[in-house]
Design a protein around this ligand. Structure first.
Ligand SMILES: O=CCCC(=O)O
Length: 458
């Protein structure tokens, strides 16, 4: 795939970028490695000062940052604004808390291990490669970069090929914030160049947010090299609605959760599992609200749902929907692409899904909701967990016992009760099963790329 800004609302190529040569990549890895040798010795205060200065710049330049995101991948301008501000919040969060999260863990009674003093110390690992996706082109990167830099690591970014300007902006804003040359570099390369980087001894670890095949490939190479990885690989999140739920709130959140980011979020609710007693009432309102949404230009404030980010992405969504229809599923709204330019796809709800349909098992990365009827909580949980993914999950109920059941038995990295699954710097983020492993954000995210060194002094 060419490295280019292609406006998904029109399909026109706005700007292309030459791919780095192998020699240029080699030079950048060298710069990163050299930089790390001194950067690792800087203190938290110095790093925090740069991080806060960069956060100030992101806030000041929020309009520009948002414009880049909407142009490159089609999210609505309002959501792009929100994403840029979320980056600034995450940057400040780690600037404020890194020292506390990475403080020495001193053994209160060192005599237990025959020492005068014993402790665990978090030290940076070195040069880390981040392979990041286009769907949250700034937030996904910054939630790696902020903790990694605050911990004393340096970063190389292999961003998705359709968001090069976002990648270059982030490199630039961190440098202008005061991070020295080489602390964070964007590599404009195709995925074919990633293996050599992962195998380079100067690159010590990798984090990837993206597809399952991409994650498998990075994990296999890093496994071969015995290098640490964190993987966040999509999901097919369940959204269970029980009879005691506040139906209006559940429906409003269902719509928002499914069409957020034009339907392209790994933690978007994708499978709506509704108790039979309220199935008809929920469905009627859900369909009505999905139909009301305005699909169009992401720069128009009236737009709720912009285009899908890539032509291939829309073709993938269409293929899953068409496969379900051909096998007997019912389309309650949407289901057909509009005529005209751009990679638009309408908010869609599909019912009567059977387990042999691809849509039952695969992640739909577009504004398409799959609807299921459950006779009781056992069946709801069974359907919810009948997936190879395990990223986020949602349950709507006001019954105390049911809340406990969902917290205990939804097999996922995150369970949100009566609310939309959302990432927060303050909470761990990650999955189980084929949604990946390791955690981003919170205290856990910053520790992922640290060597917890045991120190024993006699
Ligand atoms: O696409 C993955 C989730 C992104 C987020 O909301 O943090």
């Amino acid at each position: 795939m060419a490295i280019a800004t292609i406006n998904p609302a029109t399909g026109t190529t706005v700007r292309t970028f030459p791919e780095l040569t192998e020699a240029e990549v080699e030079q950048k890895i060298g710069v990163a490695h050299e930089r790390w040798r001194t950067y690792r010795l800087t203190g938290f205060d110095e790093r925090a000062e740069c991080m806060r200065a960069a956060a100030d710049l992101v806030e000041k330049e929020v309009d520009h940052a948002a414009q880049l995101m909407s142009t490159e991948m089609g999210k609505t301008l309002a959501s792009a604004h929100g994403e840029a501000l979320k980056c600034a919040h995450g940057m400040r969060y780690y600037a404020d808390h890194a020292a506390e999260f990475l403080a020495d863990e001193v053994l209160a009674d060192p005599s237990q291990v025959g020492a005068e003093r014993a402790l665990g110390r978090y030290q940076p690992l070195g040069v880390v490669l981040a392979a990041m996706p286009w769907n949250f082109p700034m937030w996904q990167v910054m939630r790696f970069a902020a903790p990694a830099l605050m911990a004393g690591n340096v970063g190389l970014l292999k961003h998705a090929s359709n968001v090069p300007q976002c990648a270059l902006y982030l490199e630039d804003v961190l440098r202008r914030g005061g991070f020295a040359e080489g602390c964070f570099q964007a590599l404009l390369i195709s995925s074919g160049k990633v293996e050599a980087i992962l195998r380079d001894p100067r690159v010590v670890a990798a984090t990837l947010t993206g597809s399952e095949p991409a994650g498998r490939s990075v994990a296999a190479i890093c496994g071969d090299e015995v290098k640490h990885t964190v993987l966040e690989l999509g999901g097919s999140d369940p959204f269970v609605v029980m009879p005691s739920a506040d139906l209006d709130r559940a429906v409003a959140t269902a719509v928002d959760a499914r069409v957020q980011n034009n339907g392209q979020s790994c933690i978007a609710a994708k499978r709506f599992i509704v108790h039979t007693d309220i199935y008809d009432a929920f469905t009627e309102q859900f369909v009505a609200r999905m139909r009301e949404l305005t699909v169009g230009d992401p720069f128009d404030p009236a737009t709720d749902v912009g285009p899908l980010a890539t032509e291939q992405g829309r073709a993938d969504v269409e293929e899953l929907v068409d496969d379900a229809i051909a096998a007997g599923a019912t389309v309650l709204c949407g289901g057909r692409r509009p005529d005209g330019a751009g990679w638009f796809y309408p908010p869609t709800i599909i019912a009567d899904i059977t387990r042999d349909m691809r849509i039952f098992a695969e992640e739909v990365f577009g504004p398409v909701a799959s609807l299921y009827r459950a006779a009781d909580i056992e069946e709801a949980l069974e359907i919810a967990n009948a997936t190879t993914f395990g990223l986020g999950s949602n349950a709507w109920t006001n019954d105390k016992t049911e809340k406990e059941r969902f917290m205990a038995d939804l097999y996922a990295g995150q369970v949100f009760i009566n609310g939309k699954t959302t990432s927060y710097p303050e909470l761990p983020f990650g999955g189980v099963k084929r949604s990946g492993y390791g955690r981003e954000l919170s205290t856990h995210g910053i520790r992922e790329f640290c060597n917890l060194k045991t120190i024993w002094m006699g």
